[in-house]
Ligand binder design. Structure first.
Ligand SMILES: *Cc1c(COP(=O)(O)O)cnc(C)c1O
Length: 357
């Protein structure tokens, strides 16, 4: 099998080896040290400002999205939220559920946020801005510099879901003035699913300390307090945290976050170059390095996904909902090589020869 989905993705051999080991007991100095190192590297790789902290939540990315909304926003906020697909929609649902006032910036499929779209909200009394840096469902990578400028001018508290973009696209929390950054274990971190990570800048830590959260498991005050000694309030996914440790150390040793981004960007560029002759349209105004969203002009996207999986042992990423038959995605994160893309492109050419696409 070759997996080109956007998560879970393929892991390195070392990460997989850790997955095969016994899971150790974790209330120990050894595990605390590992966790503090995880925190240090997460703060480094997200370019978090001084005084920031990271917490590790056992739960998929959505747990961290919900924890961030619950702990840093209240009913006194007035939030702007970008909704360009299913992950933007998830933030809209979380804000609705937790009764936080918001205005939705709704985008058509594949569209970028523009200056003109933000202009009507200038000076509109907003307090916070919530966005997925990369809307993975449609493959649109938002103009984070534009959003950052808008937030700085309007003094907005910026919450960024970087789940699929962290380690794939440049992300500098300090430069962007982002107060919250969220990511997850199964995207470019290339570990099994089960852990999500929240990096909190000082402005976010202050909001967390003042919040009155009606939730025990996702109360970040408790998580932050425990993390001071490298621990978590409840039993975490110990094995995955050990795998994340291995992966973070490996990235650090191999040239750091910029080298990792470069590697993913090179694969994305190679794939996009090689498919130019195939009957596919790229359906995003602005691409992340993490994924290429494709509209096949001669066949159903879902049929292509199924045939590649069943007959070629290749997994591309299907879309759900309205886009099920019109769009599939090819990921560039996880353990992949140019040879893997050559195999995928040969399979596409074979589908062409067979008259399927
Ligand atoms: C994958 C992803 C999530 C998290 O989804 P989970 O299934 O809860 O891990 C959230 N936001 C974006 C942009 C994602 O790509």
């Amino acid at each position: 099998m070759i997996n080109f989905t956007v998560g879970p993705v393929q892991s390195s051999e070392k990460v997989r080896e850790i997955g095969a080991e016994q899971v150790p007991y974790f209330r120990t100095n050894e595990f605390s040290e590992l966790m503090l190192e995880n925190e240090k590297l997460m703060l480094k790789f997200s370019a978090a400002p001084d005084g920031s902290k990271a917490v590790f939540i056992t739960g998929s990315g959505t747990a961290a999205m919900e924890a961030a909304i619950l702990n840093t926003l209240t009913s006194s906020d007035k939030v702007l939220v970008v909704n360009g697909g299913s992950f933007g929609q998830r933030f809209v649902e979380l804000l609705t559920l937790h009764e936080i006032p918001f205005t939705e910036i709704k985008l058509d499929q594949g569209k970028q946020v523009t200056k003109n779209m933000l202009a009507p909200y200038n000076g509109g009394g907003y307090t916070a801005f919530v966005v997925n840096a990369h809307e993975t469902s449609t493959g649109v990578y938002y103009d984070m510099n534009l959003i950052s400028d808008f937030c700085k001018r309007n003094k907005l508290f910026l919450v960024v879901d970087s789940i699929s973009s962290f380690l794939a696209d440049e992300f500098n929390m300090e430069k962007l003035g982002a107060s919250v950054m969220i990511t997850g274990s199964q995207k470019a971190l290339a570990c099994p699913p089960g852990i999500s990570i929240i990096v909190l800048a000082p402005a976010a830590l202050k909001r967390v300390q003042n919040s009155k959260v009606k939730c025990m498991y996702l109360d970040l005050k408790d998580a932050i307090k425990n993390m001071e000694r490298g621990q978590t309030p409840f039993t975490p996914a110990v094995g995955i945290l050990r795998q994340i440790h291995e992966r973070l150390l490996c990235i650090d040793k191999d040239g750091g976050v910029s080298a990792e981004i470069q590697k993913i960007a090179d694969l994305a560029r190679y794939f996009r170059q090689e498919i130019k002759e195939l009957p596919f349209e790229v359906v995003s105004e602005s691409l992340s390095n993490a994924v290429t969203p494709l509209h096949p002009t001669t066949a159903s996207a879902y049929d292509i996904f199924t045939i590649l999986k069943d007959e070629y042992g290749i997994w591309v990423c299907p879309n759900g909902g309205k886009l099920k038959t019109s769009v599939f995605r090819v990921g560039h994160i996880g353990l992949l090589t140019k040879d893997d893309y050559d195999t995928l492109i040969s399979a596409f050419k074979d589908l062409q020869k067979r008259g399927i696409i």
